[in-house]
Design a protein around this ligand. Sequence first.
Ligand code: ADP
Ligand code: NI
Length: 221
Amino acid sequence: QTEQQQAMLANMIEKAESFVQQQLEHDHSGHDWFHIDRVRKLALEIAAREGADLFICELAALLHDVADEKLNDSKQAGLDKVEQWLCLHVSDPHVVTHVKAIIATMSYNGGKNPPMETLEGQVVQDADRLDALGAIGIARTFMYAGSKGSIMHHPDKDFSQYEYRAAGKSAIYHFYEKLLKLKDLMNTAYAKEMAVIRHQWMEMYLEQFYKEWNVDDIKRK
Ligand code: ADP
Ligand code: NI
């Protein structure tokens, strides 16, 4: 790459940063700018280790939540927004197609989406999933549950109970529904290693949570 090309890529990254910051400014559902920035940093680190294209990974990481269904009228409307931005700012049609494809297929979707087709897609997906784990992942889960008015925990796992349903699924339920499954769904070797460590933090957290929930952690007189 010539210096001129590098400057052009750096300029596109800067433009993407401003666009994303402006798009997510008012979000309180766990898609704030700092989440995006962490995913970008994680993606760059994994990409370097895996020999993936750094520019594609960084751009896709920056844009990945702009298309989120929760922030748009529909999934398609979100994807259209990203496509519009890409077509306006990125001249290489291969980059546009690749980044668009990554963002369209990246979400968790109950683990039912087909596997990511490209190495860059795998890297960005791993980065996003890593930010759902560990201490940050725990914090994001309770923030999300709070923003939806969900309860923290219900000891009765009978979901048919009216009260439980009315409050939405609990934050603790989300660990079992998704978070604890992610470590086995990582694509790349380095992300797997990182996921194991963050997974352990969540297990330790849950163990202590249940002790305190049952007031079993205190010594009784
Ligand atoms: P992302 O693709 O950035 O991980 P999501 O929209 O899937 O974003 O979720 C944002 C955050 O909220 C994540 O940390 C996720 O684990 C958490 N989250 C998603 N759904 C729930 C839920 N039903 N209850 C609690 N937390 C949730
Ligand atoms: Ni995300």
